[in-house]
Design a protein around this ligand. Structure first.
Ligand SMILES: NC(=O)c1ccc[n+]([C@@H]2O[C@H](COP(=O)([O-])OP(=O)(O)OC[C@H]3O[C@@H](n4cnc5c(N)ncnc54)[C@H](O)[C@@H]3O)[C@@H](O)[C@H]2O)c1
Length: 241
């Protein structure tokens, strides 16, 4: 049985992942953390104040801590998990390079961690396709357009930033990213390669947050599996891509 703890349990992604964990035969939810809704029941556990994370991790000994919170909180939560020898899945976005490095240093060789700005399987294939297309379209202008719901805190999205990085690495040129925040859009990403007389568009649309939750469940299984090594990994490793 995989013992799971969730940070951001009262949030949109955290609560959905908790529902998914409760439906998995080989997983059990042993702890839930947030800065709000403390004491609310979630399966057999109650949401704990994240200030108590060290005590609760010591008491409940999870196999994995899943974090879908905010960048500054995720850094501290990852440090706490690594200190307690708890494997990590981080879906939180918006890290500065310094925050990312701080997390990486804390994780180092202590535990196995998957950090991904987008856990959806389709998005990871989308990133791969962008890299493949960029190899053959070095003359094209490249634009990225992303759209999300109006409550999303970071812009551009972590997914768009990674897409831009893939193009930049492949073509050695800057890419414009256009962000839209509107209504309840779950997550759309479009990469446009425009040349003389033609254009190629690669597009991913998330229909529901379940796309991300299903990927997070795969990541939980991977970081707690027999073949997981210690260190920081991505969904590419989880998906064998
Ligand atoms: N990787 C992916 O596939 C993926 C998919 C969707 C969203 N996200 C990212 O996940 C994060 C959360 O998204 P959301 O839509 O669920 O947001 P949300 O605002 O609905 O939920 C975040 C939750 O975290 C809580 N929180 C804030 N600081 C905390 C801390 N220090 N410790 C514990 N809990 C804390 C908030 O109170 C809230 O309940 C964002 O960074 C978002 O971009 C990633």
């Amino acid at each position: 049985m995989i013992k799971v703890a969730i940070c951001g349990a009262a949030g949109r992604m955290g609560s959905l992942i908790a529902q998914n964990v409760l439906l998995e035969d080989d997983m059990t939810l042993v702890a839930a953390f947030d800065v709000k809704d403390v004491g609310r029941s979630m399966g057999d556990v109650r949401i704990s104040d994240v200030k108590r994370i060290h005590d609760v991790l010591a008491e409940t000994k999870p196999d994995v801590l899943v974090d879908f919170t905010v960048a500054s909180g995720a850094v501290e939560n990852a440090k706490a998990a690594a200190e307690h020898g708890v494997n990590i899945v981080i879906g939180t976005t918006g890290f500065t390079p310094e925050q990312y490095e701080e997390m990486g240093n804390a994780i180092d060789k202590k535990v196995s961690a998957v950090i991904s700005p987008n856990c959806a399987v389709g998005v990871n294939v989308f990133w791969k396709l962008i890299g493949d297309a960029a190899k053959y379209l070095s003359d094209a202008d490249v634009e990225i357009v992303e759209a999300h719901h109006k409550r999303k805190k970071d812009a551009p999205s972590g997914t768009a930033k990674k897409a831009a990085e893939i193009v930049r690495t492949s073509l050695g040129k800057e890419v414009s990213v256009h962000s839209i925040r509107s209504g309840d859009i779950v997550g759309d990403h479009l990469v446009l390669f425009a040349g003389d007389g033609e254009r190629l568009e690669i597009k991913h649309q998330a229909h529901s947050r379940q796309a991300f939750a299903s990927g997070a469940i795969k990541a939980i299984k991977w970081v707690t599996g027999a073949s997981a090594q210690k260190g920081v990994f991505s969904m590419n490793d989880v998906l064998g891509m």
